[in-house]
Design a protein around this ligand. Structure first.
Ligand code: 9WN
Length: 404
């Protein structure tokens, strides 16, 4: 029988792991962090290399790029290096890397590794603070891809408000590897490419005052705060001062309250351009449960248990509200359950006193990953696998849950 470790071996490219051999032939930023978390149980050495390979592509301004391209596969994914005119994409992804670095160290203590990665992780967080954070104290994203939850309903209104679309040729090699009904539409791709092109043509400098897509997302900011807590532990292990990281984590956690929606009973994203909170419940709005001091933990647990996310009554945790008109059980981040968000919520449940539910969610995550051949996502009602198969973070996080 093929195991989760076989998936990681298959997708290993000597210095890093691709998310999947067909659909995603390059190195992705937040994927590599999730992958390292599983890889640490297979080979701590490979886990360290996974993270350090990504850090080698850090930009001088501190950002960790969304994608590090394999130039020999540039026709197999769009937009690639030819579009960006560079070997890395200029956008970012959610900051989960310090969490991964700490967990990799815990699997096989290695202070030299921690000492090497710490300054890079500090520079990465500094980029978020210096270039992406406004008065609210929260970092904003400039593209749906930066959220990691690319076609979440959070982005519907902000994208609809952008009159422009991409005028170049739209390639969709992704549709060779996943059904069109399970991927973003061409209309969405037109907006994605318009924004990426505009950002690229401003040298990715975050200085375009009229830039039309700027949102504060609860998952991105919750991961940033959690990563600051991890950096505090790393600093302590290195004999450095953890306090600046603890303070930053506390201030992001407090600022997340500006994204709380009493109507939804979850956190949500704020469009900085229109000053609107988005009227949708998504799994991103529940993820702040990973923070020990989050103010609405009890409400988030109630949201998970209620009809919108139906914890224990559907497969894993759906990416979008089961009762919403916009829910689609097969369509990417608009309904299907994903394994990385389940993994994060196992931690959140545990942290907030729901150990039995955390264990049940962990067991379900492992069982579904194995039974469905490590799918990218699954239909929460039928358990049917969706997206691509033999997907690296699904395999990696199943290993991590099994090993704990
Ligand atoms: C764009 C690689 C990535 C994940 C994202 C997921 C998907 C890419 C795409 O795949 O996005 O970055 O082409 O659809 O949404 O979270 O990092 O696995």
């Amino acid at each position: 029988m093929s195991t989760a470790a076989d998936v990681l071996n298959e997708n290993w490219r000597g210095t890093h792991t691709v998310p999947s051999g067909g659909l995603y032939p390059h190195q992705w930023s937040w994927d590599s962090a999730f992958i390292a978390i599983g890889l640490r149980h297979v080979s701590p050495k490979r886990a360290r290399l996974e993270l350090e390979t990504l850090l080698k592509s850090q930009w001088p301004d501190g950002r960790l790029p969304q994608i590090v391209f394999d130039l020999s596969r540039d026709n197999d994914y769009f937009p690639g290096a030819a579009f960006w005119g560079a070997s890395t994409a200029g956008l970012i992804q959610p900051p989960n890397h310090a969490i991964a670095a700490l967990l990799v160290h815990e699997a096989e203590p290695d202070l030299a590794f921690l000492g090497r990665v710490y300054p890079h992780l500090v520079a990465w967080h500094h980029y978020l603070l210096a270039r992406r954070t406004g008065e609210s104290g929260l970092a904003h994203i400039v593209h749906p891809w930066e959220s990691g939850l690319d076609n979440s309903p959070y982005w519907d209104a902000p994208l609809a408000a952008i009159g422009e679309t991409y005028r170049g040729e739209l390639a969709r090699p992704d549709l060779l590897h996943a059904a069109a009904t399970e991927r973003p539409s061409n209309a969405e791709y037109g907006k994605y490419l318009y924004l990426a092109e505009r950002y690229r043509d401003h040298d990715c400098d975050d200085e375009d005052a009229e830039y039309p897509f700027r949102l504060e997302d609860p998952l991105v900011n919750a991961l940033w705060a959690k990563s600051e807590l991890a950096l505090a532990q790393i600093a302590r292990a290195l004999g450095l001062d953890p306090a600046p990281h603890e303070h930053r984590a506390a201030s992001i956690t407090a600022a997340l309250e500006t994204l709380w929606s009493p109507e939804l009973g979850t956190y949500t994203a704020r469009d900085i351009v229109s000053a609107q909170l988005q009227p949708y419940r998504t799994v991103a709005g529940i993820i702040p449960l990973i923070l020990p001091d989050i103010a609405h933990a009890a409400d988030l647990l109630a949201a998970l248990d209620g009809p919108h996310f139906a914890l224990g009554r559907v497969a894993l945790v759906p990416s979008h509200d089961l009762t919403a008109d916009t829910f689609d059980a097969s369509l990417y981040w608009r309904g299907p359950s994903w394994f990385n968000t389940a993994w994060l919520l196992v931690d959140g449940l545990e942290l907030h006193g729901r150990s039995r539910d955390a264990a049940a969610l962990a067991a379900q995550t492992i069982e579904l990953a194995e039974r469905c051949d490590y799918p990218e996502y699954i239909d929460p009602h039928s358990d049917a696998p969706r997206g691509t198969r033999r997907f690296s973070w699904t395999a990696a996080l199943a290993i991590d849950l099994a090993e704990r």
